[in-house]
Design a protein around this ligand. Sequence first.
Ligand SMILES: [Zn+2]
Length: 200
Amino acid sequence: MDALLIVDFQNDFCPGGALAVSEGDLIAAPINELLDSFDLVLASRDWHPPDHGSFAGVEVDPARWQGTDPPSIWPVHCVQGTPGAELHPDLDRAKVDVVIDKGQDPNSQGYSAFQDTRLGDILRERGVDRLFVTGLATDYCVKNSVLDARRLGFDVVVVEDAVRPVDVNPGDGERALEEMEAAGARLARSDEVKRALAAA
Ligand SMILES: [Zn+2]
């Protein structure tokens, strides 16, 4: 059983948003092309409380902070219930079966869609053994979600034209893809994936 995971394809991560990823909106086309190839489509949302410890201006209690040290500081983004946290309007939302809200713990970055969510349980309950991963951003939430999926024993295919990096440092996205491959994930283009699934 295959499933498609769309990581954090939200307004704040797209051009015009609070933490815009270059060309982030362009992943809509390859993702929408793939939606009908899957019986289970899951979309994660970065869903932060307003006092999230990764936000600029929020003071973290070092005794309680569980994330990277020192915490990566980001502009305020994807605050629960705000327009910036909504799934991007170009995504064909009607074909998303399950929405997974992540990053709700103020004391951790919450990059991975598996962290403190039911995602792993849902995939197991549905008999999923192979997960196709798309979304934003390659070098943070996509990477951490893929690495967690591998740790949990899922086969993982990263749809390389349906992800985009933040690239805080040039090349971060490329290095993240290499790290995912080293962990056993495969890379494939959306047209290849679509053809392969249609032939299966
Ligand atoms: Zn975040």
